[in-house]
Design a protein around this ligand. Structure first.
Ligand code: FES
Length: 135
C-alpha cells in the first residue's frame, strides 16, 4: 500500500448550491447521503494530486481528496471514531487512513477495513473548473 501525505485547508464558505445531485447508487452497509443537494465547494486546483482539503457544503463539513491517479473522492470531514481530521489522512487507491488512530476507510463505500463504523462518502465531480460535492 502506497500512502501519501495530505494537508488540511481551512474550511471555505458554505459552498454554493447548484442544483440536483447525480443519482446516487445504493451501497449495502452505507447510509445514503442525507440531503441530496449539490454544492460547489472550491476550485479544481484547491486540491492538488495526492492531497486532501476540508470544505463546507451547505451545513456539512466534507473532505475532498485527489488521488495521484487524478481521481476525486469525498468523505465527511471528521472521523467517526474520535473526530480526527480526515482531510489530513493518508491515501492510496483503495482507502483513506485517519491520521489519529489509523483506521482505514474504503473509498468505494466508506466502510472501515477493521469492521468499525463507516464514514459517509459523497459523490464529487469537477464542473467547469470547480469541485462539486453532493451531500
Ligand atoms: S479519530 Fe480517526 S481513527 Fe480514531
Amino acid at each position: 500500500m502506497s500512502l501519501t501525505h495530505t494537508e488540511v485547508a481551512e474550511p471555505t464558505t458554505a459552498g454554493t448550491e447548484i442544483g440536483s445531485p447525480a443519482t446516487e447508487v445504493a451501497v449495502p452497509g452505507r447510509a445514503p447521503a442525507p440531503h441530496g443537494r449539490a454544492y460547489t465547494v472550491g476550485r479544481t486546483e484547491d486540491v492538488p494530486p495526492g492531497e486532501g482539503r476540508a470544505f463546507v457544503a451547505g451545513d456539512t463539513q466534507v473532505a475532498v481528496f485527489r488521488l495521484r491517479d487524478g481521481s476525486l473522492h469525498a468523505t465527511q470531514a471528521s472521523c467517526p471514531h474520535a473526530g480526527g481530521p480526515l482531510a489530513d489522512g493518508q491515501t492510496d487507491a483503495d482507502v483513506l487512513v485517519c491520521p489519529l488512530h489509523l483506521y482505514a476507510y474504503r473509498w468505494v463505500d466508506g466502510v472501515a477495513t477493521s469492521g468499525a463504523m463507516a464514514v459517509q462518502v459523497y459523490p464529487v465531480r469537477e464542473v467547469d473548473g470547480m469541485l462539486v460535492v453532493d451531500v
